[in-house]
Design a protein around this ligand. Structure first.
Ligand code: GLP
Length: 253
């Protein structure tokens, strides 16, 4: 089912597979219409299905990434590219190594940077040099974070270095050998960087995201729920499965 709430378009799909297919179709259509699209990409378990569907579409010849440029949202800091939990490694495994995107066109904040401030400044400049992101894919943290913009008293504008919330370290520990192994910091696009994208596509699956989604769509616009800022975006789409939509379905018509 599709709903329009103020400026946010909301799709509620039966399950994760349908959500992933819907998201992949939107990305495919964007790339078809504009082959040199600048895609903003996300990591986490939520977009994995979208990436595998895009790989499937690519293998059938339905989509061509040869001119696509990509900028990832975030990366742990510090982390080596060879670490299997780095977002650098994730993107290669789930998408880049399986489609015809040119490696030179892919960008991820450098978790090995010696000067993290310079790395963040350079990242925003590089995005701007490509004319900005055309379509930004987002997941959402259980605490409402987007990228690694954690709940805070202020919205931080550009790409920046941030200390991770204890709840995020806990949530991401499932990917690491132990909680102690989760990097305590990250480099992340800021809220201005994300909001500058021409289109935004946020995905959420599972009942653990239901509260964050409710606050994002119906709550106050506040840096305490970073995703709530999407209420101000002129072209934001949110795709949910039934569990993630559990607290909002009754309020949509
Ligand atoms: C991670 C990432 C976010 C992601 C979120 C949700 O920490 N930095 O970009 O959206 O947390 O992750 P998942 O999709 O695994 O629930």
């Amino acid at each position: 089912m599709e709903y329009q709430l103020n400026r946010i378009r909301i799709w509620i799909e039966d399950d994760y597979a349908a959500l992933s297919k819907r998201a992949a179709d939107i990305i495919k259509n964007q790339v078809d219409a504009m082959p040199n699209t600048v895609l903003g990409l996300a990591t986490g378990s939520t977009p994995e299905g979208t990436y595998s569907e895009l790989v499937r579409l690519y293998k059938t010849g339905a989509v061509d990434f040869s001119k696509v440029v990509s900028f990832n949202l975030d990366e742990y800091f510090p982390i080596k590219k060879t670490n299997e939990q780095s977002y650098y490694y994730f993107m290669r495994k789930h998408l880049f190594d399986n489609v015809n995107i040119s490696e030179a066109n892919t960008h991820i904040p450098n978790g090995e940077a010696e000067d993290r401030v310079a790395e963040c400044d350079a990242y925003d400049k590089k995005i701007a040099s490509y004319g900005g992101v055309d379509l930004q894919l987002l997941g959402i943290g259980g605490n409402g974070h987007i990228g690694f913009n954690e709940p805070s008293d202020v919205f931080v504008a550009g790409t920046h270095h941030i200390e991770l919330d204890a709840s995020t370290i806990e949530a991401n520990a499932r990917f690491f050998a132990s909680t102690e192994d989760v990097p305590k910091h990250s480099l992340t696009m800021g809220i201005r960087t994300i909001m500058s994208a021409k289109r935004i596509l946020l995905l959420a699956s599972g009942s653990g995201k239901a509260e964050a989604i409710h606050k994002t769509i119906f709550g106050d616009i506040t840096p305490k729920v970073p995703a709530s800022v999407l209420q101000l975006h002129p072209d934001a789409t949110i795709i949910l499965d039934k569990e993630a939509a559990r607290l909002i379905v009754g309020k949509l018509s």
